[in-house]
Design a protein around this ligand. Structure first.
Ligand code: GLN
Length: 316
């Protein structure tokens, strides 16, 4: 077993969970998407899935949340698998942007800096399944995502989707700004692409499922609970680079400096971390810090990484 003393391990995780729940109350729900501001800010859950399939969930593990930006690495991985890194990186870079996730910045080649910021994810959405109808595209993405979730079908939060669509002025402006800079392949319908992106962000999961996504990356592309190979080693490596450098918005450097793990957050308050070769962990708590990352999620993941020596540079 990869985690030898499982009961001791979950005992320590439980204590960390209780401490963070008692001590950490900062931050506030995202409110630029109105539906997210109405979610109970006290919800808190942690889920773990090891590379050999041991699982532990604590807290409000029934709570479901829209996946938001935590979908972006899966999207990037699927694009790499389907179209290859050369083609994908003709349209999106691999550098941190140093700017907020929704900022209007392109690199010197007029490409979005990376696939984890809104600009990059919208462009990657534009690359996906061009031969399919809108309905088939969403169905295809949803099916491909479910393989990461241990084969479970993801939900969809219709109210979050409508709320995002209603207030998507910035993402819309961003999409047209990119179109005017030639950032999309020819023949891509910009409105359809943005809509596809918003649908992807509204896919609904729980922390147990998100831990399996992280565990699939930690297990080099094989989902630990189903044993099915979802991604090649090359895709996992490239995605881990993206997570490590760009997964936490413009907090990514500080995160890598302090916690030292590939991770991805979403504005619903979710966060997952990848401990390569060991486990995946997901945290859900809606209150965010100013850069858009869950406050309790960061604190919990940081304390856990310190306690268990998970920083990737700790590995001997
Ligand atoms: N749907 C959100 C947006 O486009 C996703 C952003 C996020 O999670 N950071 O603004």
């Amino acid at each position: 077993l990869i985690v030898k003393d499982w009961s001791k391990f979950i005992e320590k995780i439980t204590i960390l969970f209780q401490n963070v729940q008692r001590e950490v109350h900062e931050g506030k729900n995202a409110d630029y998407i109105p539906e997210l501001s109405t979610v109970d800010p006290e919800l808190f859950s942690v889920s773990i899935c090891t590379v050999d399939g041991q699982q532990f969930d604590i807290g409000d593990t029934d709570a479901e949340f829209s996946i938001q930006s935590a979908s972006k690495p899966m999207l990037y991985s699927l694009a790499l698998e389907r179209y290859g890194p050369k083609y994908v990186h003709e349209y999106v870079g691999m550098e941190p942007s140093g700017a907020a996730f929704n900022s209007f910045t392109l690199n010197s080649e007029n490409k979005p800096h990376n696939a984890c910021i809104n600009a990059g994810a919208i462009v990657v959405c534009g690359l996906m399944y061009p031969e399919l109808s809108v309905a088939e595209r969403f169905k295809k993405l949803n099916t491909e995502f479910s393989a990461f979730l241990g084969g479970e079908k993801a939900g969809f939060n219709q109210s979050v989707y409508l709320s995002e669509k209603d207030t998507a002025h910035r993402n819309k402006a961003l999409s047209y700004f990119m179109a005017s800079n030639g950032a999309f392949p020819k023949n891509v319908d910009i409105d359809e692409t943005l809509d596809f992106y918003l649908q992807m962000c509204s896919i609904e999961v729980n922390s147990n499922q998100l831990a399996k996504v992280a565990a699939t990356y930690a297990n080099y592309g094989v989902c630990p609970t189903t044993g099915s190979t979802i991604l090649s080693y090359d895709t996992v490596r490239r995605t881990a680079q993206l997570l490590f450098n760009c997964g936490m918005y413009d907090y990514s450097g500080r995160w890598a400096n302090s916690t030292g793990l590939p991770a991805k957050s979403g504005v619903s308050g979710c966060l997952y971390i990848v401990v390569p070769g060991v486990l995946g962990m997901a945290v859900y708590s809606p209150r965010l810090a100013s850069h858009g990352n869950t406050v309790r999620g960061i604190e919990f993941a940081h304390r856990a990484a310190e306690t268990f020596g998970w920083n990737i540079f700790d590995v001997v």
